[in-house]
Every structure is written in structure tokens, then in C-alpha cells.
Write a protein that binds this ligand. Sequence first.
Ligand SMILES: N[C@@H](CCC(=O)N[C@@H](CS)C(=O)NCC(=O)O)C(=O)O
Length: 214
Amino acid sequence: MITVWGEGRGFRVIWLLEEMGLAYRLRGVDLLAGAENDPEFMAINPGGFIPALVDGDVTMVESIAIMEYLMARYGPTPLAPAPSEPSFPAYQQFLHLGEAGLGMAAYILVGARNFAPERDRNSWSAGQAEQQFETRLRLVRRQLGGSPYMAGDAFTAADISVTYALELGQRSGGVTLAEPELSYVGRTTGRDAYRRAMESCQASRAWVDSLADA
Ligand SMILES: N[C@@H](CCC(=O)N[C@@H](CS)C(=O)NCC(=O)O)C(=O)O
């Protein structure tokens, strides 16, 4: 049985598992209570960050690497175009830009805007993260000018990667998305697998609901 430890970016992994129709178990990890107070989790990931994946004797971290592992091991799947397909380079680029470019920047912005002491909320580093998010977003926008999804006409794991980061930036990072990105997020999050993932991820759902109530 595949076990996903922790939500946050683990939502990407759950969404992918739902898209692929694979059985899994989600084990919550409460970062606010302190991962170091969860010895079972610290034995899985001594780094104390989420998500982590356990699949038999495989233990992994990094949401994008975990998605690549699952698609390679349990595919083939249309969520990962083959290297010979014309859509492969864009797929590969946006799969990684979604985390290395957008996701990390959004994460730092969320910390600065919501958790940093008041005097640090507009720090130089927060500004740098905002600029990084905005500049990477230009590539997403350009791509959407020519195709409905990051790798062309078909939805792929690159869209899971990018959509998660766009939603994070918009919901809690103070980032404003323009019409092309908003329509895109509407398309990707309109999928049944996204809805099922949201049903599984109770902490993510509670967070989204709390923002809607605010
Ligand atoms: N690049 C990693 C980022 C992992 C990450 O930073 N996760 C956050 C929550 S989504 C976390 O656990 N933060 C607490 C920490 O880093 O100690 C991934 O995509 O999995």
C-alpha cells in the first residue's frame, strides 16, 4: 500500500494518485505542532518536511520526484508524455518550474505574509520571492497564449505541479493572477480527480474553507 505522509505539497501527490486510480493511504503530519514531535514521521524523513512517500521498501521526499517515480513505476500514463513526443520538453520544463520556480517562491511569500514578524513582512527576501514568482509566471502566461495546458492540448502532471503553486501563491501569498491563469486554474481544478483529492486532504480543505470564510 502506498502511504503519503503529509499534505501541503503532498496534495500534488494525492491528486496524481487520484488521476491514476491508484490506492493509497494519507497519513497527516501536523507541521504547526512540530514535526519533531512526531517520531514516527521523523523516522521516515529526518528532515521533518512534507510530503514523504512510502511504497513497500521505497521511501522518498520531494513532491515532483515522487510524482515522477509513481508515473514511471505504475505507468505508462498520459500524465507523463514519452520523451519521443513533441510535448515532452514543455512537459519536463513546467513540471519542474512548478516547484523550483513557482512553488518555492510562493512558499517563501506565504511565510513572509502570514507568519513572519510584522517588521519582516515586506523584507528584501520577501520582495525577491515575489519577483521570482512574477517572472516565472510570465512563462506560464506565454504558454497559455498558445495552448490550454502546460504541455499542449492534454492535461499532464506538469499541470498538477503548476496549478498547486498558482493556488498557493494566490490563496496565501498575496499574488494576483490574471485572466489566462485564472481560466487555466478553473480548467485544471474542475477535474474529478482534483475534487476527490480535496476530499481526501482534510487539512487542505479546512485551510481553503477558512480562507473562504475570512
Ligand atoms: N521541494 C519540496 C518542498 C517541501 C516543503 O518545503 N514542504 C513544506 C510544506 S508544503 C514543509 O514541510 N515545510 C516545513 C519545513 O521545511 O520544515 C517538495 O516539493 O516536496
